[in-house]
Design a protein around this ligand. Structure first.
Ligand code: ARG
Length: 571
């Protein structure tokens, strides 16, 4: 990948006025296009050289030997303005895309491993709309890290352990649920959801049930065979539905090591905490004190011996470090769990693991929906409609299908395409802003084909594909005349394409898929402008312009994929 910044730095450093590092720090991109592509302020030199910055810039401009990728350097009021050679930009960017294809802008493997813990829902319940956030931010981050050279391990830390299972078991048996293999096999997560709500209702009338559930869970922990059998069936039923939804969203995991997986690793953690004299008794509980960090104690073990969420996260962290020797471990979990992760990371610190520094909570805000009165609230839907993720996905698909039926009723596989556009629209809506900002969800703006939406960026991709299909041509370097791709629309688009690697890097360094979502919008806009301004098909410049169209399509396709959007070719 060419770096114009580096070529400028090298050329300027040869004059001895600045070092390369100084140039790289000072270079900026001017607002006005007439001021060139990069601008270098010379004010810092005034004192040392005892000259006015304006004069310094003028002198330097005559001394700098321009490399071939730059067309001119112009001194203006103490700044040096550098202009990229447009034809060089076209040839270098497009040749590189031609050679590297979808991997253009990706980094070489760096030998480092990153763990991404995401989605991680609780077993026994259906995925709710809000689960989309962790799932899609995590999915996108895992693709972004891979593109940045990391080896990625995607982990689904399922919530498959805890008193919730005591509740489900109590309710199942109370309802006279069958213990036959076949019946257990046929169990659905929908039924479990109903059991769960039934438990909440029943326990209001009969508070003793809560106790019963706790006892059942303790027995489950101790290995009771009937309870284990039910627990296994509940987990299986949930996973079946989870996997159906993940498949639909094209989300996958390398490991489904949920909380229960760490059950037999817990004693060793407790032992280690005891050995390191970190475990303290506090009101019948075993805790690790964290006052020195201004944090409340981390709860490790209850009086009845059962363990807690944090204990299992400690065991999981130790296991992951040993198993994968990660450079970084990310937890894509809502903002509400910030305290939990702070506590877990600080306990690791107290245990003497300096890699606690490499553990990062990647928080995100909630999804807000409008109530009847027009107020934005969490977890509410208009007219009490279901807030299950599967229902939201289905509704999105149906709305898009109605649109396709109107515009392009003969489209092949239209139902599947409509679902993919619908999922992409929901995803883009989640990823387009910084992740800690709450998402205001409303159907009209999420599904619109105009504005900062999934359908808008997908449509840009569709248009590029459609031009290539109509041309029935595959770009060849020997056919291209770079000089044709130097007018403003082509040049602006090329500048955008050139920034793919920088944008992937930015998204990775900040753990912000939004950086790439904004980039997808930039590509879509620049592509639309180019297609509008320069006639591609049937023009004498057709082949060179098709080269740019095809390259833009390839870049956009990959950026959509890195975001977890479906790069649709026809709609
Ligand atoms: N199951 C938890 C929940 O639904 C999220 C788990 C996140 N991952 C973790 N390692 N704690 O709230």
């Amino acid at each position: 990948m060419i770096s114009f910044e580096h070529s400028i730095a090298t050329a300027v450093a040869k004059t001895d006025a600045f070092s390369e590092t100084e140039v790289l720090q000072l270079l900026s991109i001017p607002q006005e296009t007439t001021h060139g592509n990069f601008s270098l302020p010379c004010f810092a030199l005034a004192k040392k050289m005892r000259k006015a910055p304006k004069l310094i810039a003028e002198e330097l401009a005559t001394q700098i030997q321009l490399p071939k990728e730059l067309s001119k350097v112009e001194p203006v009021n103490g700044y040096l303005n550098f202009f990229i050679d447009r034809s060089f930009l076209a040839s270098s960017v497009l040749t590189e895309i031609q050679e590297e294809g979808l991997l253009y802008g990706h980094a070489k493997p760096n030998g480092k491993t990153v763990i991404i813990d995401f989605s991680s829902p609780n077993i026994g319940k259906e995925l709710a709309f809000h689960h989309l956030r962790s799932t899609m931010i995590g999915n996108s981050l895992s693709r972004i890290y891979k593109a940045s050279g990391y080896h990625v391990e995607r982990i689904n830390h399922l919530g498959d352990w805890g008193t919730a299972f005591g509740k489900l078991i109590v309710m199942y048996l109370r309802d006279g649920g069958s213990l036959e293999e076949e019946a257990l096999e046929a169990l659905t997560v929908k039924e479990l959801n109903i059991l769960y709500s039934a438990f909440s209702k029943a326990s209001l009338e009969n508070p003793e049930l809560e106790n019963e559930a706790r006892v059942v869970f303790t027995k489950l922990e101790e290995g009771d065979s009937l309870y284990r059998k039910l627990w296994t069936a509940f987990k299986k039923a949930t996973l079946k539905e989870l996997n159906r939804i993940y498949k639909m969203m094209d989300v996958s995991f390398d490991h489904y090591t949920g909380e229960s997986f760490f059950e037999d690793r817990i004693p060793a953690v407790l032992e280690e905490l005891r050995e390191k004299e970190l475990l303290v008794k506090s009101q019948e509980l075993d805790v690790v004190m964290l006052d020195e960090f201004d944090l409340p104690p981390c709860l490790i073990r209850k009086s009845d011996g059962s363990t807690l969420y944090a204990t299992r996260d400690l065991a999981a962290a130790l296991y992951r470090k040993k198993e994968f020797n990660f450079t970084k471990c990310l937890y894509v979990v809502d903002l509400g769990q910030s305290l939990h992760f702070k506590q877990v990371f600080h306990v690791l610190k107290k245990m003497g693991y300096d890699w606690h520094k490499n553990m990062h909570h990647i928080p995100f805000g909630v999804i807000l929906q409008q109530t009847e009165e027009g107020k934005w609230e969490k977890g509410k839907t208009r007219s009490g409609k279901s807030n299950l993720l599967r229902d939201v996905i289905e509704a999105a698909g149906n709305k898009i299908l109605a649109f396709i039926d109107e515009k392009n009723p003969d489209l092949e596989n239209k139902k599947e395409i409509a679902t993919q556009i619908g999922i992409s629209a929901l995803t883009f809506n989640d990823l387009k802003n910084r992740r800690t900002i709450d998402v205001k969800f409303d159907w009209d703006s999420a599904l619109s084909f105009d504005g900062a939406t999934g359908p808008y960026v997908q449509n840009a991709h569709v248009r590029l594909c459609s031009i290539m299909r109509k041309a029935n041509y595959t770009a060849k370097i020997s056919d291209a005349d770079w000089g044709i791709l130097t007018n403003d629309a082509a040049y602006e688009l090329l500048k955008v394409l050139q920034r793919k690697s920088a944008n992937i890097q930015k998204a990775c360094e900040t753990d912000e898929p939004s950086a790439l979502a904004q980039y997808a919008l930039e590509i879509a806009e620049a592509a639309h402008r180019f297609i509008h301004q320069d006639r591609v098909l049937g023009s004498p410049e057709e082949k060179s312009r098709l080269f740019l169209v095809q390259s833009t399509q390839v870049v956009l396709e990959n950026v959509l994929t890195l975001l977890g959007l479906f790069p649709i070719r026809q709609m």
